[in-house]
Design a protein around this ligand. Structure first.
Ligand SMILES: Nc1nc2c(c(=O)[nH]1)N[C@H]1C(S)=C(S)[C@@H](COP(=O)(O)OP(=O)(O)OC[C@H]3O[C@@H](n4cnc5c(=O)[nH]c(N)nc54)[C@H](O)[C@@H]3O)O[C@H]1N2
Ligand SMILES: Nc1nc2c(c(=O)[nH]1)N[C@H]1C(S)=C(S)[C@@H](COP(=O)(O)OP(=O)(O)OC[C@H]3O[C@@H](n4cnc5c(=O)[nH]c(N)nc54)[C@H](O)[C@@H]3O)O[C@H]1N2
Ligand code: SF4
Ligand SMILES: [Mo]
Length: 809
C-alpha cells in the first residue's frame, strides 16, 4: 500500500487535474482511498495509537500565523501520517480542562503534506518570469547559484539591493526566517522593513497616544459588566483552544458581561459571545466614537478634571503651547474647532449607518458601566484611514475612565505573554535602512522617490538603490497577499527591475510561480524544532517540541541546512552554524530555558513530549495601565508627555514635515477622515456603489491551507451580500457573480445573507489567484480588487478599503 501511495503522490498531478478528479469521485482529495478525510480522523481520535495496529504517536505543531500555536498529535504508520489528533488535555490544578485544541485547519495539515502542489526538488526557471515553468536542478547547483547571485548583486548595487520579504507562513525557531536572516546578516546585511501587513496602522499610531503598545488580557473581562469590541472576531481568527477564544469564553462565563460587537459583518463572535451586533459601515468607526464623545460631553457624563489629570489635549487647558487654542479634541467634537462641524449622533449616524438613538444609548451605557472593557481587532485599522480609527477607539477608555482598573482595557489589542523560547540568533544587520513593509514594490519601481518624508523610510533620508534581489521564504505576499495583484505582476515580470527572486516554499503558490530559483522546504510535520506559543495565546503560554513525524519526502530540506550550504559557498559555513547542527541549536535553547526553570525534564525526555511546559501570566501582567492609573506622575506612560496624548505634538510636527499625497491628512487629534473609496464618495459610487471589505476566514490562514479541498467544503470562499443589494441585482444565494472595479474582476459565488450590512460586500482573503484567458480571477483572490495605495502615517496596507460593483457572471 505504501508503494502505491508513493507512486500516486510522486506522479506529477497538476492542481487542476486533482481538483477535477476530486470533484468526480466526490472525495476531498483523490490521492488514495487509504488516506481518510481529516474530519473522519477527528471522529477516530478516541482510538489510542498502540503496538497491535503498528501505529506510533509523534508530536508536531501548526506553525502558521493565526496568532495561535497548536500542538498536533500525529499518528504515523509505516512512515506515513495516518491521522492527526489534538494533544490530550492536561488535567492538573492550573489548567483544568484547558486543552490546546487545534482548529479544523491544523487538523487537516496532513493534506498540506500530501498535497499534489508540493514542491519536491530545487528548480530553476525556464520560461518567462511568472509563467511557472521550471526545470529540476541539484541542491549543489541551487545553493551555488544563490551564493553567486548574492555576491553579484552586492558588487553591482550594494547590500541595500537585497530584500528579505515579509512572510508569515511558518514560525520556526531554528530554521526558516531566523536562518535566512542570520545568513544575510553575516554576509553583509539586507534592506529592512518596518511594520507588517497585520498591524501597520495600529502599531504605528498607538505609540503617539499611549507609548508602549498592548492591551489588558481578555481574562480581565471576568471583572467587567460591559464589553465593547470594534472589529474583534476571536471566534474566527483566534480559534485555538489554548488561546484567546478560550480565555474570553471563561471570562464571560464568570462575569456574564453584556457584549457589544461593532462590525460590518455578523461574525461568529457575535453568536459565541451572545453579543449585540452594531452593523457599521467600514472606515467609519472614528465617526461613531465622535458621536459617542459628543453625547458624553453634552450630557455631562464625564469628569473633565479626571481626564485632564491623565490626558493631554482633551480641552484647551492641556494643549501643548505650539497648538492653536481651538485645536483640542473637545473643540473638534463640539464643532468649535477648525472644521466647525458638531459631531452629533445624527452626524455620526449619517456616516456610520447606525441609528443616532443607539449611538447616544451606547455612550450612556459605557459611561454608566462599572467596568467597561473596550478593545479593537485589526480589521478596523487595515483601512486607508486606519491610524485615525485606532486613536479614536483609544479615546473611549480615556474619556470614561475605564482604564487601569479591574475589568478594563485601554482600547488596544492584548498581546500574549511569551514563554521565552529563544530564536536562532540572527546576529546584527549592518544595514539600518528600513522601508514600510507595504512599499516594497515602490522600492523596486521608484527607489528614487523613496525618502523619509514622502514614503516613511527610516534609518536613512532616502534609498541608495532599488531592490534587485528578493528572498521570499514561507510567504505568498510576493503576489497573492499584496494589494493590486495586476500591478505587482507587471512589476515583477520586468526582469530589469528586480533581477533575482528566490522562493522557498512547500507548495506551487502564485508567488512560487514568480521564482527564478525555487527551493522546497520541509513542512512543519517533517521538521524538528522547539517553539513558543504565539502572540494570541493570551495569558496562557507554553513551549512545544516538534519532531519529524515522517522522513522528509523527495528532496525537501530544512532551511537551516540550505542556508548552511549557501554560507559554505561564501566561505562562511562555520560562522553560520556556530559549530552546531539544527538539532544542537534546539537543545542549546532548551538548556538556556532549563537554567531558569530547573524543574523541566532532561532534553532527551522533553523533545518527545510535544507540549513540554505550560504557564499562565499573573493578574499584574494581565491588566494594563494599573500603575499609571494609581499615580500618573510616579508611573508615567512612555509618551513624550508621560500622559495619554489625545493631542499629539509629535504628529502635528510630522504632518508639517512630511509631503503627503493629495487628500491624505495626519491630524493631531483623532479625527474621522473620509477615505477616497467609501460610500461617502458620491462620484466613485456611481460606478462602484458597494464597499468591499476583506476578512480572515475560518477556511484558511491567509493563503496557507487554501489548497486543501476538504476545507473548501467546510468553509467555501464566497462574497457576502445583503438581500437588499442582492435583490437590486437579481441575485440568488449561491449564484456565480463577478465582483469588479478598475483594478480587476473576481468570479466567485455569492452568499446572500443578513449577516452583512446593506451597501457593503465582504470577501474572505487568502484564496490563490488564478486568471482565466480573459484575465478574470477565477481563483477568487480579493487582491485582484484591492489597491496598493498606502495609508498616510504608517504607509500601511488599506486592503479592506475598496469600492466595487457586483453582477451575475
Ligand atoms: N482563520 C483565520 N485566522 C486568522 C487568520 C486567517 O487568515 N484565518 N489570519 C491571522 C492574522 S495574520 C491576522 S493579522 C489576524 C487578523 O485579524 P483581524 O485583522 O482582526 O481580522 P479581519 O478579519 O481582517 O478583521 C476583523 C473584523 O473586522 C471587521 N472589519 C473590517 N473593517 C472594519 C471597520 O472598518 N470597522 C469595524 N468595526 N470592523 C471592521 C471585519 O468584518 C472582521 O470581522 O487573524 C489571524 N487569524
Ligand atoms: N486583501 C487582503 N490581503 C491581505 C490581508 C487582508 O486582510 N486582506 N491580510 C494581510 C495579512 S494580516 C497578512 S499577515 C498577510 C499574510 O501573508 P503571508 O505571510 O504571505 O501568508 P500566507 O498567505 O499564509 O503565505 C504563507 C506561505 O508559506 C508557506 N509555508 C507554510 N509552511 C511553510 C514551511 O514550513 N516552509 C516554507 N518554506 N513555506 C511554508 C505556505 O504554503 C504559504 O504559501 O496577508 C496580508 N494580505
Ligand atoms: S491554524 Fe491556528 S488555531 Fe488552527 S491549528 Fe493552526 S495554530 Fe491552531
Ligand atoms: Mo496578519
Amino acid at each position: 500500500m505504501k508503494n502505491k501511495i508513493n507512486e500516486i503522490l510522486n506522479k506529477e498531478i497538476s492542481r487542476r487535474e486533482a481538483m477535477t478528479t476530486a470533484a468526480k469521485i466526490g472525495s476531498a482529495v483523490a490521492l488514495s482511498n487509504a488516506i481518510t478525510l481529516p474530519f473522519s480522523s477527528v471522529a477516530q481520535a478516541a482510538t489510542p495509537a498502540d503496538a497491535t495496529t503498528g501505529e506510533t504517536v509523534r508530536h508536531s505543531a501548526c506553525l502558521v500565523n493565526c496568532g495561535s500555536r497548536c500542538p498536533l498529535k500525529v499518528i504515523v504508520k509505516d512512515d506515513r501520517i495516518v491521522r492527526i489528533e489534538p494533544e490530550d488535555a492536561r488535567d492538573d490544578a492550573v489548567f483544568g480542562e484547558h486543552q490546546i485544541r487545534p482548529c479544523l485547519r491544523g487538523r487537516s495539515s496532513r493534506w498540506r503534506v500530501y498535497s499534489p502542489d508540493r514542491i519536491k526538488y530545487p528548480m530553476k526557471r525556464v520560461g518567462k518570469r511568472g509563467e511557472g515553468k521550471f526545470k529540476r536542478i541539484s541542491w549543489e547547483e541551487a545553493t551555488k547559484f544563490i551564493a553567486d547571485e548574492l555576491t553579484r548583486i552586492t558588487e553591482k548595487y550594494g547590500r541595500e539591493a537585497i530584500y528579505y520579504h515579509y512572510q508569515s507562513g511558518a514560525y520556526y525557531h531554528t530554521q526558516g526566517t531566523p536562518a535566512w536572516k542570520r545568513l544575510l546578516n553575516i554576509s553583509g546585511g539586507y534592506l529592512n522593513y518596518h511594520n507588517t501587513y497585520s498591524t501597520a496602522q495600529i502599531a504605528t499610531a498607538t505609540p503617539y497616544t499611549h507609548g508602549k503598545y498592548a492591551g489588558s488580557h481578555f481574562t480581565e473581562i471576568a471583572h467587567s459588566d460591559l464589553v465593547v469590541f470594534f472589529g474583534l472576531n476571536l471566534s474566527e481568527t483566534r480559534m485555538s483552544g489554548g488561546g484567546q477564544v478560550e480565555e474570553i469564553r471563561r471570562a464571560l462565563e464568570t462575569s456574564n458581561a453584556k457584549v457589544v460587537i461593532i462590525d460590518p459583518r455578523y461574525t461568529d463572535s457575535v453568536i459565541a459571545e451572545h453579543a449585540e451586533w452594531l452593523p457599521i459601515r467600514p472606515t467609519t468607526d472614528a465617526a461613531l466614537v465622535a458621536g459617542i464623545a459628543w453625547t458624553l460631553i453634552s450630557e455631562n457624563l464625564i469628569d473633565e478634571a479626571e481626564i485632564n489629570k491623565y490626558c493631554v489635549g482633551y480641552d484647551s487647558t492641556t494643549l501643548p503651547p505650539q497648538a492653536a487654542p481651538n485645536a483640542s479634541y473637545k473643540d473638534y467634537i463640539l464643532g468649535t474647532g477648525p472644521d466647525g462641524i458638531a459631531k452629533t449622533p445624527e452626524w455620526a449616524a449619517a456616516i456610520t449607518g447606525l441609528p443616532a438613538v443607539r449611538i447616544k444609548q451606547l455612550a450612556r451605557e459605557i459611561a454608566g458601566a462599572k467596568a467597561c472593557y473596550i478593545c479593537q481587532g485589526w480589521g478596523p485599522q487595515r483601512h486607508a484611514n486606519g491610524e485615525q480609527t485606532v486613536r479614536a477607539i483609544q479615546m473611549l477608555p480615556a474619556l470614561t475612565g475605564h482604564f487601569g482598573l479591574p475589568g478594563t482595557n485601554n482600547g488596544n489589542w492584548p498581546y500574549g505573554t511569551p514563554y521565552g523560547v529563544p530564536l536562532l540568533p540572527t546576529e546584527t544587520n549592518p544595514i539600518t535602512t528600513s522601508i514600510p513593509c507595504y512599499l516594497w514594490t515602490d522600492a523596486i519601481l521608484n527607489p528614487e522617490k523613496m525618502t523619509a518624508t514622502t514614503m516613511g523610510v527610516k534609518g536613512a533620508d532616502k534609498l541608495k538603490t532599488g531592490i534587485k534581489l528578493i528572498v521570499n521564504q514561507a510567504g505568498n505576499a510576493l503576489i497573492n497577499q499584496h494589494g493590486n495583484i495586476k500591478r505587482t505582476r507587471e512589476i515583477l515580470a520586468d526582469e530589469t527591475l528586480c533581477e533575482t527572486i528566490i522562493v522557498i516554499e512547500n507548495h506551487m503558490t502564485p508567488s512560487a510561480k514568480f521564482a527564478d530559483i525555487l527551493l522546497p522546504e520541509t513542512s512543519y510535520l517533517e521538521a524538528d524544532d522547539l517553539v513558543d506559543s504565539s502572540y494570541a495565546a493570551g495569558s496562557h503560554n507554553y513551549m512545544i517540541a516538534l519532531q519529524k513525524t515522517i522522513t522528509p519526502m523527495w528532496e525537501v530540506r530544512s532551511t537551516y541546512d540550505i542556508c548552511a550550504d549557501i554560507a559554505g559557498h561564501l566561505g562562511l559555513r562555520e560562522k553560520f552554524t556556530g559549530g552546531r547542527t539544527q538539532a544542537e541549536w534546539a537543545e542549546f535553547h532548551y538548556q538556556q530555558i532549563k537554567e531558569k526553570r530547573p524543574y523541566l525534564p532532561e532534553w532527551d525526555v522533553a523533545k518527545t513530549k510535544g507540549v513540554i511546559d505550560q504557564q499562565v501570566a499573573t493578574n499584574k501582567q494581565s491588566l494594563v495601565f494599573a500603575d499609571f492609573r494609581a499615580d500618573p506622575v510616579a508611573s508615567p506612560l512612555t509618551t513624550p508627555s508621560g500622559k495619554i496624548e489625545i493631542y499629539s505634538q509629535a504628529l502635528a510636527d510630522l504632518a508639517q514635515k512630511w509631503t503627503l499625497p493629495e487628500g491624505d491628512r495626519i491630524p493631531a487629534v483623532p479625527e474621522f477622515c473620509v477615505v477616497k473609496e467609501s460610500h461617502l464618495n458620491k462620484t466613485l459610487t456611481e460606478k462602484y456603489p458597494l464597499q468591499l471589505s476583506g476578512f480572515h476566514t475560518k477556511g484558511h490562514t491567509h493563503s496557507t491551507y487554501t489548497n486543501i479541498l476538504a476545507l473548501h467544503e467546510a468553509v467555501p470562499d464566497e462574497v457576502w451580500i445583503n438581500p437588499i443589494d442582492a435583490r437590486a441585482r437579481q441575485l440568488e444565494n449561491g449564484d456565480l457573480v463577478r465582483v469588479f472595479n478598475d483594478r480587476g474582476v473576481v468570479e466567485i459565488p455569492c452568499k446572500v445573507t443578513n449577516r452583512i450590512i446593506p451597501g457593503v460586500a465582504a470577501m474572505p482573503q487568502g484564496a490563490w489567484t488564478r486568471l482565466d484567458n480573459d484575465g478574470v480571477d477565477v481563483g477568487r483572490c480579493i487582491n485582484s480588487l484591492t489597491s496598493h495605495l498606502p495609508s498616510p502615517l504608517a504607509k500601511g496596507n488599506p486592503q479592506h478599503t475598496n469600492l466595487v460593483e457586483i453582477k451575475r457572471a
